[in-house]
Design a protein around this ligand. Structure first.
Ligand code: IVH
Length: 667
């Protein structure tokens, strides 16, 4: 046991040191996978010896159960905002005010820091331990986002004390942001899944921090740079630079761009240099924050109602320019979404030549009334796709007429369909060449037909070699087709063929979901499976009225489905799948109705069954599983470590069951 405890301690120290090297020193010495290996070892030791888990163990960043709402936290000291300087004159005026306020002719030493475009947060440490963290909110009270902040690897769960003692109380403020590369990757993934994309990294960071389920936040590439303090007990700092150095020693990332500036002209130089560097940084910034360095001078200057007199945000010029729309051309995304793209007269925006800008959809074109031949303002932020902001109406040529997207798919010519109330028009053709990779990747994915070993790389190779053009083609693949691919060994080819063979034995619900019919997700596929008793012919010939008669199917979904089947190519592809051996397991009716009309919430770390199994069991007995506790909840099934949901259920007088109680109830 002593050996295990010391190995655990050793692993924690190692992991914390690597985190420090990575996020604070920017000098990692091991790879991500080596880090994960150490973390996994720690996790498995802790799993076997749960008594040895501590709240600041690197393993404790994830795993908290989802919340039903955020609590609120009142900041001990209000979180102020910053006054803006929109140009050089206003920066000069700021410095003049400071000198006047301090009654001096001398230069006043400033610290210049990038103004990070993210979300301000406060982190509170008591006796060196991260206790809670919150959003800025209205400056006085913010939301308690502790669980989400814990998932951010760059935030220390306990202070490093190698170089500096930890005070009893330390409140640190900083900006949580998403890197541009992380943002790009996240949006690509979302697009591939048919989810709405985030407009910019700031929105993506905000959306990620506002998740009630911290497991989602944990998957988002969030970072933090710290820049101010709230209340601190014990040490006081003579200057801001001393405080920033202390932050680094305690293990907080601080922007490497921060620097001392000695005079007004230094300030202006720094601001200009940072602005020209702006598009080379791996995250978004929108200005320079200038702060008086000396604490006594800050105190002498004091604050206005909401912002300190000793700091200012020098804003950068907006990255907007005008250019000409030479053409508007619809382009087709991997999910069948038809997106109008403005082809522009090439123009330099913030150091990058822009030739195309997205117009998003027909509604956006109508709203902005963008026409071919128009002069438009376009904007670009970092790596984000440029967009048309607005039209310069005065410059519109007389001949320009309103633009209407064509009603046929630009890639395959089939009809595109725009469901009522949706902004995006889509091509639903299963064999549309522009969508084929996305459709096949979805078709074989885990939640769909689950063909093991059939990843995106293989899909790309097969499509590029024209070995598959529609989803049914995967059932026609031969050993020779596969083994002749680059980097495909004999054994892998056999494995893939047998995985394809196994996947043919599936369920109606999985197959329908795999087809990727718009609005027909995993849950609705199960509803349809029940309603049509697993009879696909019946489903394919159902009318909109038949479909609308089903609980949970509304007019838009019904219309989407009938339109899907009205494209004969789709019928052909499905019939081909059936003739190539796709078979559905017989649909089981409900096992009992003991939970009929009951809503059940599962919480805590379930040990007897997974969350998915729990949901299936509840449904098989006539019940419904829900993610949040309310007055309508009938049972709460609580596993070990249940927290806020359990408390809420107790407060509401809801029947609480253990996992065993639940199994007994349904047996
Ligand atoms: S100092 C006491 N430093 O800008 C002044 N804020 O417009 C308040 N921000 O709410 C914070 N980068 O979220 C400070 N280097 C930086 C910053 C920064 C971004 C944000 C912060 C604040 C907002 C004020």
């Amino acid at each position: 046991m002593a050996g295990i405890a010391s190995r655990i301690a050793d692993l924690r120290t190692k992991l914390n040191d690597h985190n420090f090297r990575y996020y604070v020193l920017d000098d990692p010495v091991i790879s991500d996978s080596q880090y994960d290996e150490l973390l996994r070892e720690l996790q498995s030791l802790e799993e076997a010896h749960p008594k040895l888990i501590t709240p600041d163990s690197p393993s404790q960043r994830v795993g908290a159960s989802p919340l039903s709402a955020f609590g609120s936290i009142t900041h001990r000291q209000p979180m102020l905002s910053l006054a803006n300087a929109m140009n050089t004159d206003e920066l000069v005026a700021f410095m003049d005010r400071i000198k006047k306020g301090l009654d001096t002719e001398e230069n006043v030493e400033m610290i210049a820091e990038p103004k990070l475009d993210g979300l301000g947060v406060e982190l509170v440490y008591e006796n060196g331990l991260f206790i809670h963290g919150s959003t800025r909110g209205d400056g006085f009270t913010g939301e308690d986002i502790t669980q989400n902040l814990k998932t951010i690897g760059a935030i220390p769960l306990s202070l490093r004390t190698e170089d500096r003692e930890s005070p009893d109380l330390l409140e640190v403020r900083g900006e949580v942001f998403m890197t541009l590369s992380g943002f790009k990757k996240l949006n690509e993934e979302r697009q591939a899944e048919g989810l709405p994309t985030f407009a910019n990294p700031r929105n993506a960071a905000a959306g990620s921090l506002r998740q009630l389920d911290s497991a989602i936040t944990a998957t988002r590439p969030l970072r933090i740079y710290c820049y101010e303090s709230g209340e601190i007990s014990g040490p006081s700092f003579g200057t801001h630079i001393d405080f920033l150095n202390a932050l680094k020693e305690w293990g907080f990332p601080v922007s490497p761009e921060s620097s001392i500036v000695e005079s007004t002209s230094d300030m202006i130089d720094f601001h200009a240099r940072l602005e020209s560097k702006r598009n080379d940084l791996p995250y978004e910034i929108d200005g320079t924050v200038f702060k008086v360095n000396r604490t006594d001078q800050r105190n002498a200057l004091g604050i206005r109602s909401r912002s300190p007199r000793w700091a200012i945000a020098g804003k950068f010029k907006a990255q907007q320019v005008t250019t000409l729309v030479n053409d508007i051309i619809p382009s087709l995304g991997r999910t069948g979404a038809v997106t109008p793209v403005a082809h522009l007269e090439p123009v330099n925006v913030g150091g990058v030549v822009v030739t195309h800008a997205t117009l998003h959809n027909q509604d956006e074109i109508d709203r902005k009334d963008v026409r071919i031949g128009d002069t438009v303002w376009i904007q670009r932020a970092g790596d984000v796709i440029p967009e048309v902001v607005k039209v310069v109406i005065e410059k519109r040529p007389k001949s320009a007429s309103p633009y209407q997207l064509p009603s046929e798919c630009p890639a395959c010519g089939h009809d595109v369909y725009r469901p009522e109330g949706e902004a995006v028009a889509r091509c639903q053709n299963l064999s549309c060449p522009a969508q084929v990779k996305g459709r096949i990747t979805h078709f074989v994915s885990k939640t769909a037909l689950d063909v093991e070993g059939f990843g995106e790389k293989l899909v790309n190779q097969l499509v590029e070699k024209k070995l598959i053009q529609t989803v049914d083609d995967i059932f026609k693949l031969t050993y020779d087709d596969l083994v002749n691919l680059e980097r495909m060994a004999d054994k892998s080819a056999h494995n893939i063929l047998s995985a394809i063979g196994e996947a043919k034995q599936t369920t109606f619900a999985r197959f329908i979901y795999a087809l990727g019919i718009r609005n027909v997700g995993a849950h609705l596929s199960k509803v349809l499976e029940k309603s049509f008793s697993g009879d696909i012919e019946k489903f394919m010939s159902a009318s909109t009225e038949d479909l609308e008669a089903i609980d949970e199917v509304g007019p838009i979904v019904a219309e989407t489905i009938t339109r899907f089947w009205s494209d004969c190519t789709n019928v052909d592809v499905v019939e081909s799948c059936l003739s190539l051996g796709i078979q559905f397991e017989t649909v089981e009716g409900p096992k009992s109705q003991i939970l009929e009309g009951k809503t059940i919430v599962f919480t805590g770390a379930l040990t007897q069954f997974s969350r998915n199994e729990a949901k299936d069991m509840a449904e098989a007995h006539g019940g419904r599983a829900s993610g949040s506790v309310s007055k309508k909840t009938d049972f709460l099934v609580a596993g070990p470590g249940a927290g806020s949901k359990l408390k809420k259920a107790e407060d509401l007088g809801i029947t609480i069951l253990s996992e065993e109680d639940f199994l007994e109830l349904i047996s």
